[in-house]
Design a protein around this ligand. Structure first.
Ligand code: SAM
Ligand code: SF4
Ligand code: SF4
Length: 342
């Protein structure tokens, strides 16, 4: 199965990226992801033996490269809570054919780990930062944690060569939408690339309402009134973010319009949960149990066949169908973002 042709799904989309959630736990309780009311002290996270080991994750990544995957992103929960993460990074960095290895983190524990992660072979970091206002930041992370360690983490990542650091902000009406310009100003001054994300209806725990989504068109209007923007020609890439450059040379900014301009037609992401389930869409109600296959002793070829078979049957395009889907009778609950890894 090695060096086989890239696998395509039933809508002709190639498998390109693997997102690996290494834990479902988090030190934050962002309201749009793990609201404290649901993820409180009584919440039952995955027991340790259920988590894939680093060796198992590396086996999946290896098999994924046979199917055309060139990029792996580590996520969670909060991936920096997983002990010895640099060891996993080192194992993945040695996989031939993997061109890009990235991490998405809330940044709170990044300052002390950035250089070790970079030395282990991590290429890029995305830090989620919804507001640069210390009070709004405390409110949005749900547990009142301060912003300073995150800012130190961003600096440390840039110094360690993991930049330009991408900063992801989920914009939620009435909460942080009045802080877009301050965030953009912070990113411009630090040489970081801000990406403003529409609030999505992933999971069931946050009580998502369309009225709280700030459409990217509105975000771009606000930004361009202050700093004129120009769309960047992204060529035939299948990036999820639409990128703009500041005409004054202040770098780039992106928007991710998952709700108002869905990008399902180019979506090539496969998600592996911390307990070894594959999800072919952020909104797929159930995952495909790969852990049992791995723990039954599957070879690299067998794993590849299992994953390739799943991908080749894929028809997901939830966001394109969102408006028709919301109220379908018999609709099954969607898995949570902290489990899927975003
Ligand atoms: N804990 C890490 C972090 O926050 O970066 C990684 C996991 S988190 C689930 C990955 C990304 O999902 C974050 O950038 C977060 O802002 C985003 N996210 C979580 N819930 C979301 C929602 N309802 N809509 C849009 N993005 C969301
Ligand atoms: Fe944790 Fe990230 Fe979810 Fe916030 S978005 S609760 S930091 S997993
Ligand atoms: Fe991909 Fe599913 Fe999101 Fe569409 S809704 S872009 S198929 S993850």
């Amino acid at each position: 199965m090695r060096n086989m042709a890239p696998v395509k799904d039933l809508l002709g989309r190639r498998l390109r990226d693997l997102r690996v959630s290494v834990t479902d736990r988090c030190n934050f309780r962002c309201q749009y992801c793990m609201p404290l009311a649901v993820f409180g002290p009584g919440f039952r996270f995955l027991p340790r033996p259920e988590l894939l080991t680093f060796e198992e994750i590396a086996e999946v990544a290896l098999a994924a490269t046979d199917l055309g995957v060139r990029k792996v992103r580590l996520t969670g929960g909060e991936p920096l809570l997983r002990r010895d993460l640099p060891v996993l990074v080192g194992m993945l960095a040695r996989i031939p054919g993997l061109e890009d290895l990235a991490l998405t983190t809330n940044g709170f524990l990044l300052a002390r780990q950035a250089s070790e992660l970079a030395r282990a072979g991590l290429k890029r970091v995305t830090v989620s930062l919804d507001s640069i206002d210390p009070q709004v930041f405390r409110l949005m992370n749900g547990v009142g944690l301060p912003i300073e360690p995150v800012l130190e983490g961003i600096d440390a990542a840039a110094r360690a060569g993991l930049g330009p650091v991408k900063l992801n902000a989920v914009v939620r009406r009435g909460l942080n939408d009045d802080g877009i310009l301050d965030l953009a100003d912070f990113a411009r001054r630090g040489g970081h690339v801000l990406r403003l994300i529409e609030y999505m209806d992933v999971g069931e725990s946050h009580g998502w309402r369309m009225e709280e989504v700030v459409p990217s068109a509105e975000v771009l209007r606000v930004l361009s009134q202050r700093w004129p923007l120009e769309p960047v020609d992204q060529g035939p890439t299948q990036a999820v973010a639409r990128t703009y450059s500041y005409r004054d040379g202040g770098g780039e900014v992106g928007v991710i319009s998952s709700v108002t301009v869905p990008f399902c037609s180019t979506c090539g992401r496969l998600r592996l949960t911390a307990d070894g389930h594959l999800h072919t869409c952020l909104f797929s109600a159930s995952g495909h149990d790969l852990k049992s296959v791995i723990r039954a002793g599957a070879t690299r070829e067998e794993l590849g066949r299992e994953m390739g078979g799943l991908w080749s049957r894929r028809v997901d395009r939830y966001s394109e169908l969102r408006s028709q889907r919301q109220d379908l009778p018999g609709r099954r609950p969607k898995p949570e973002m902290s489990y899927l890894g975003g």
